[in-house]
Design a protein around this ligand. Structure first.
Ligand SMILES: [Fe+2]
Length: 327
């Protein structure tokens, strides 16, 4: 059996890992049917472990999508997304020549401008272009692990301010629009979030700042804050932490919004792209305390060369080392 496929005879589903740091495909499941407890637990565990899970060839209705999402918790209503009138927790992204996509081609976790951002988002492809319109994901737990020990120590215990700034562009210049914007600013004031959050299930440390909603590091002047945020935002751009999803109709992707960022690639206009989405309520993020300097590990990528009298790790010699040895 493929070693990337989990061999668990008690699991009712098959989980195939598709990326080193994130993503897996789940098969042997029919999402037109309610999930029994064992199936739900297996899917929930796969979400936490792989951060992005993909279900192919699931021709489901909007009600099926809503039922699937509700199995994980209460569905939330996005204040600025195009919602279905009678079912505001169902988001309808209907983009075409007359309705260009807005505001999702920027790295982000969903709705971090809220006190309790969603725990997960489920997106279902109804009608997608032949090429283009992929969604990029980045594991922010892997991104945190990839920072140097010094940077991890430095940012532990810091807090950042998140704001719905991108959606302010949806409001016009009229007096009524400005009044409405003030109303929304009062309803959704900026939120202070930990820069490093602890995943409530896995316990992994997650880099929890994103360029769409994070506007400042608390307690720093603007130049310091901008410089640090730029460095941290860059982590999502590193290919090793990414998974790029190519959609087909009737594919469903669920991501753990507590540990991944995503970016909807806007290269398909004026083609039609129709997606449905539900979002599941999450907890208030909990941060890590400021680091104890004594807890610093040795520099993790230091590779010793040649023989090691202490019995430690040895690495193959490089050409210049062999030439030095040869005299
Ligand atoms: Fe999003």
């Amino acid at each position: 059996m493929d070693k990337l496929v989990e061999q668990n005879t008690s699991s009712p589903i098959t989980v195939k890992k598709t990326g080193v740091n994130l993503s897996a495909e789940i098969s042997d499941i029919d999402l037109t049917q309610p999930m029994d407890d064992a199936t739900f637990e297996a899917v929930d565990a796969a979400l936490v472990e792989h951060e992005v899970i993909v279900f192919r060839d699931q021709e489901i209705s909007s009600e099926n999508l809503i039922d699937f999402g509700r199995r994980f918790g209460e569905l939330t209503v996005h204040p600025f997304s195009p919602n279905d009138g009678d079912r505001p927790y169902l988001i309808l992204f209907k983009n075409d020549e007359n309705n260009p996509p807005f505001g999702t081609d920027c790295w982000h976790s969903d709705e971090t401008f809220r006190e309790c951002p969603p725990m997960a988002t489920v997106l279902c492809a109804k009608d997608v272009p032949e090429v283009g319109g992929d969604t990029m994901f980045a594991s922010m737990s892997a991104a945190f692990d990839g920072l140097s020990d010094r940077m991890q120590q430095f940012i532990s215990g810091l807090e950042a301010v998140h704001d719905f700034k991108v959606f302010k562009n949806l409001f016009g210049e009229s007096e009524e629009d400005r009044k409405n914007l003030i109303e929304y600013e009062l309803r959704y004031p900026p939120q202070v979030q930990p820069v490093v959050r602890v995943h409530p299930v896995s316990g992994k440390k997650v880099l929890w700042v994103n360029p769409q909603f994070t506007i400042a590091i608390k307690g720093m002047d603007e130049r310091e804050s901008r410089s640090l945020l730029d460095t941290l935002f860059h982590q999502a751009l590193i290919p090793e932490y990414q998974y790029r999803h190519k959609w087909r109709n009737h594919t469903i992707v669920m991501w753990d919004n507590r540990s991944v960022q995503h970016y909807a690639v806007h290269d398909y206009y004026p083609s039609r792209r129709f997606m449905e989405r539900v979002t599941i309520e999450g907890d208030k993020p909990v941060g890590v305390p400021a680091a104890d300097p004594d807890s610093l590990r040795k520099f993790k990528f230091h590779a010793k060369t040649g023989s090691d009298s202490h019995g430690g790790h040895t690495a193959p010699k490089r050409q210049f080392q062999r030439e030095l040895d040869a005299g």
